[in-house]
Design a protein around this ligand. Structure first.
Ligand SMILES: [Cu+2]
Length: 533
């Protein structure tokens, strides 16, 4: 081989190497290959189930092992603690205050017996300006004045998942979701109950953590919510409803570490499978409704990626998860199929552009109202006179044509009520045949992001189906709205149900001065739209 030929070969090799390098670099900028975020029970089963579970655990264990890294290192930005701190943290510069202040608060509301849950939780200090920018930035839609509860949490999970993949050394790993909307999946998955697992967290309700109790499948039913045409209303109802409910019930209670207390909730591994399900419930809504638009889509949030580099992007880049490297295995049939189909030829007044006040203005006709209801006992029943025969006529219309909402307007409390409340509708003469409406939680409602007192909240529930099931006739003069204190969980052994009820009644704090400004029944104005989108 002559020298000229050798030189030519080596130039050829260099060119190939260069092209290869360029292609690798280009690939690195490509979105990750599309993979499926699976239901927990599918994620762990099948021929690859054990492998997927091992990969998830390896990623979590690796991230936890980086907690003690040098605070300004890339490794610290990939640590479990850093990622929990992005959601929230306690410390002298935190908007959520210090651990000592939280302990003092618990003692002040008679929940001092939960102080041991703060053992091992310490005040944190952002080590640099990036941490100052991104720590404790979780977004909520409490007053309905901003809409990025879904958006911020989708971005959070996306970057968290990138770090988790790096930590697991597995590009195919995607977060599994805990689908408690399925009544068969209301128990905390066994792998999270395993005390030897890195997925275990002792700071949960002991009943849920051992399988002695489960979530309440009533509280995790979103069937009547999925058809909701207003994005802001759907987001607020998911956040305040099923989302807050699961936080407070895994709790062990609200506002107690880990899951029940916003600043430390991200420390529990189940947080990420809970929020993957909440993210999926957004995808379910997106699958049913057109993009609502709004200035919230332009809002930007910052995170760090798996290299520890700060990334700032607008929410609009996160509306379609396929560009983020994942799709859910199920966004097409997210309900239980027991609710009437969403109206196809009717459309409630859509959201106005941009962020809007709470609740989004919709054309509503007031049917009945009762004002100023103090919730000073763990069980309250409020009678509402029905406008007859108008109410009966309304309910006699074909399904989907009418839409009646129960509105709990201006809920206020001076401090945490200590419990959740289940809301039911019943006929005065048949209280046993009550229909479940929803669960009210106070997750993150107090002392969060510097707000000492909970904001005034208005919750609305579509109750057409419940009223139909009650069998309202033209002669039914009133319905009863009843509120019942609950700890959220259901004992696996039904004979313990009464015991659980009295525990909830004892945990209720009348000192919270809970009040509902008004309970209303309203008819949503439905306007015909020319055709389905
Ligand atoms: Cu959450």
């Amino acid at each position: 081989m002559d020298a000229k030929r050798i030189k030519g070969t080596s130039r050829f090799a260099t060119t190939v190497l260069l092209l290869f390098t360029i292609s690798v670099c280009l690939q690195a900028q490509q979105p990750p290959a599309l993979q499926i975020r699976m239901r927990w029970e599918d994620f762990i089963s099948g021929p690859d189930g054990a492998k997927r579970l091992a990969s998830l655990k390896a990623g979590v264990a690796k991230m936890k092992s980086l907690d003690s890294s040098s605070p300004t290192s890339a490794d610290y930005r990939r640590s479990w603690q850093y990622w929990a701190n992005i959601h929230g943290y306690y410390g002298t510069v935190s908007p959520d205050g210090t651990v000592a202040q939280q302990i003092q608060y618990l003692q002040s509301i008679g929940m001092g017996n939960y102080v041991p849950y703060y053992t091992g939780i310490t005040d944190q200090t952002p080590p640099d300006s990036d941490a100052q920018t991104i720590w404790a930035t979780c977004q909520h839609s409490f007053s309905g004045t901003q809409a990025n509860f879904f958006g911020w949490h989708r971005m959070y999970l996306y970057y968290f998942e990138r770090v988790l993949r790096w930590a697991a050394g597995d590009d195919t790993l995607r977060l599994p979701y805990w689908d408690y909307t399925d009544p068969a999946q209301v128990a905390l998955p066994a792998e999270f109950q395993d005390t030897a697992s890195t997925l275990y967290d002792a700071k949960r309700d002991p009943g849920l953590n051992t399988g002695a109790s489960t979530l309440n499948s009533n509280s995790t039913d979103i069937d009547t919510l999925l058809p909701e045409p207003s994005y802001l209303t759907y987001e607020l109802n998911i956040e305040e409803g099923i989302h807050g409910y699961v936080h407070c019930t895994v709790g062990p209670r609200c506002p107690v570490a880990h899951m029940g207390d916003v600043p430390v909730a991200g420390n529990d591994p189940v947080f990420y499978s809970h929020h993957a399900n909440i993210d999926r419930l957004w995808a379910c809504w997106q699958n049913l409704h057109p993009d609502p638009g709004g200035s919230w889509e332009n809002q930007q949030f910052s995170f760090v990626d798996e290299t520890g580099t700060l990334q700032t992007e607008p929410v609009k880049n996160f509306l379609d998860s396929t560009s983020l490297g994942y799709i859910y295995d199920n966004v097409a049939s997210c309900g239980r199929g027991t609710a009437p189909a969403p109206p196809t030829n009717l459309h409630a007044t859509p959201d106005p552009p941009g962020n809007s006040p709470d609740p989004p203005p919709q054309k509503m006709t007031m049917l009945a109202a009762v004002k100023r209801i103090p919730i000073n006992r763990p069980e309250i029943a409020v009678n509402i006179s029905l406008p007859q025969p108008a109410m009966h006529r309304l309910l006699a219309q074909p399904e989907g044509a009418g839409r009646i909402e129960l509105v709990l307007r201006d809920i206020t409390a001076a401090s945490h009520p200590g419990v959740l409340f289940d809301v039911y509708l019943e006929k005065k003469e048949e209280p046993k045949a009550h229909q479940f409406v929803g669960t009210i939680s106070w997750f993150g409602a107090f002392r969060h992001h510097g707000h000492p007192v909970a904001e005034r909240r208005t919750l609305q529930y579509e109750v057409t189906g419940q009223l139909r099931k009650l069998g309202i006739t033209a002669e039914t003069s009133d319905v009863t709205v009843s509120l019942e204190a609950t700890l959220g969980r259901v004992p696996a052994n039904p004979s313990k149900a009464e015991e659980m009820r009295s525990l909830a009644a004892k945990a209720f704090r009348p000192e919270a001065k809970l009040q509902i400004g008004a309970i209303e029944l309203r008819q949503a104005a439905m306007t015909p739209v020319p055709e389905k989108r």
